[in-house]
Design a protein around this ligand. Structure first.
Ligand SMILES: Nc1nc2c(ncn2[C@@H]2O[C@H](COP(=O)(O)OP(=O)(O)O)[C@@H](O)[C@H]2O)c(=O)[nH]1
Ligand SMILES: [Mg+2]
Ligand SMILES: [Zn+2]
Length: 316
């Protein structure tokens, strides 16, 4: 038996090990093996597109490297896409933690789009309203977030600087893989460092290994949360992701976009016309719910923006 085969887990084919993608940089992946060893892996041939959170089958090469032979089926994938390309945030995510803050002013448009992406991917969302210590700014942030009351996301107000924050988030994080997402400057890194002791050091080492030479997050990375957050043997993980300035949803059809709005759900299928676009048709149940004050007009306006942007993209 070769040394390589003996290192493999008993269930894997000879020389193959199942691993977890914890970082991705182009076609260069950091894969964590069952014994905790992290190997630098490259996809075999054209087999690309693995993403952080993916389980992959790796054949070990040399002492520190490996080849990704296969990507195991995903439970879900969170990504954004414009006409040029798509950007994967993470796969196999149990919960999206969308980070907003009392300052600088966050974009309701981007928050709404991230919620649509998560909802259509089947990922529940918790909104973290950070910098709640800036109490004078809280009422305005709450007022803006009121439009999301029916969007199916729990909202937690917190301060990443507050030493009690990790304990308060423990029930949300325990036994799950959560994805931290948000515009830059909202406090994602501060929150990550509060929740994952040693995350800052790991990020630095990673940038050095890649020769990136800077500490800004340019791609997603999976961190293990402390062991007391393991539930029923399932460890808790936190995936940090780069900030973004746009959030296209070109991969979604009109119907999918509509289902991305949780508050539309009770009315979908109730319109007079089976192919209602919910834009102007008589007997539209969504438009009626807006008139009745049940659905905020701002949410419908976002639906229209996404749908129009996607149909404009089809013409090219
Ligand atoms: N007042 C206050 N400032 C915070 C809080 N969390 C983060 N910050 C500050 O907000 C700025 C941006 O934070 P950072 O974690 O780098 O944001 P990121 O770009 O989302 O990773 C930094 O100056 C932080 O010190 C908080 O809870 N309260
Ligand atoms: Mg950051
Ligand atoms: Zn309709």
């Amino acid at each position: 038996m070769s040394k390589r085969a003996r290192q493999a887990t008993p269930t894997a084919p000879a020389g193959r090990v199942s691993g977890l993608v914890i970082a991705a940089h182009g076609r260069h992946y950091s894969v964590e093996l069952p014994d905790g060893e992290v190997r630098q892996c490259y996809p075999r041939g054209k087999r690309g597109d693995a993403t952080v959170g993916d389980r992959v089958s790796v054949s070990l090469q040399g002492v520190t490297e490996g080849a990704i032979e296969a990507i195991e089926p995903r439970r879900n994938l969170l990504f954004r896409s414009d006409q040029m390309r798509s950007k994967q945030f993470a796969a196999n995510v149990d919960r999206l933690l969308f980070v907003l803050a009392t300052e600088p002013e966050f974009s309701m448009d981007l928050a709404g789009r991230a919620l649509v992406a998560a909802t259509t991917a089947g990922i529940p969302t918790t909104i973290l309203l950070n910098k709640a210590d800036r109490t004078a700014l809280l009422p305005r942030a709450r007022e803006r977030l009121a439009n999301l009351a029916g969007a199916g996301a729990q909202i937690i107000e917190l301060s990443a600087h507050d030493p009690d924050t990790p304990a308060r988030l423990a029930p949300v994080l325990a036994g799950r893989t959560s994805l931290l997402l948000g515009q830059s400057a909202m406090g994602k890194s501060t929150l990550l460092n509060a929740l994952v002791p040693g995350a800052a050091a790991a990020t630095r080492e990673h940038s050095v290994a890649l020769g990136a030479g800077r500490h800004t997050t340019t791609s997603s990375r999976l961190y293990h949360l402390p062991q007391d957050l393991t539930r029923d043997g399932v460890p808790a993980n936190l995936i940090d992701s780069p900030g973004f300035q746009g959030f296209g949803l070109q991969h979604l059809s009109r119907e999918e976009v509509a289902h991305g709005f949780a508050e539309f759900e009770p009315y979908l299928g109730e319109c007079r016309f089976y192919n209602c676009t919910h834009e102007h048709e008589p007997g539209c149940a969504i438009l009626a719910a807006i008139d009745a004050g049940v659905i905020p007009p701002e949410r419908h306006a976002l639906y229209l923006r996404i749908v129009h942007e996607n149909t404009a993209g089809e013409r090219y």
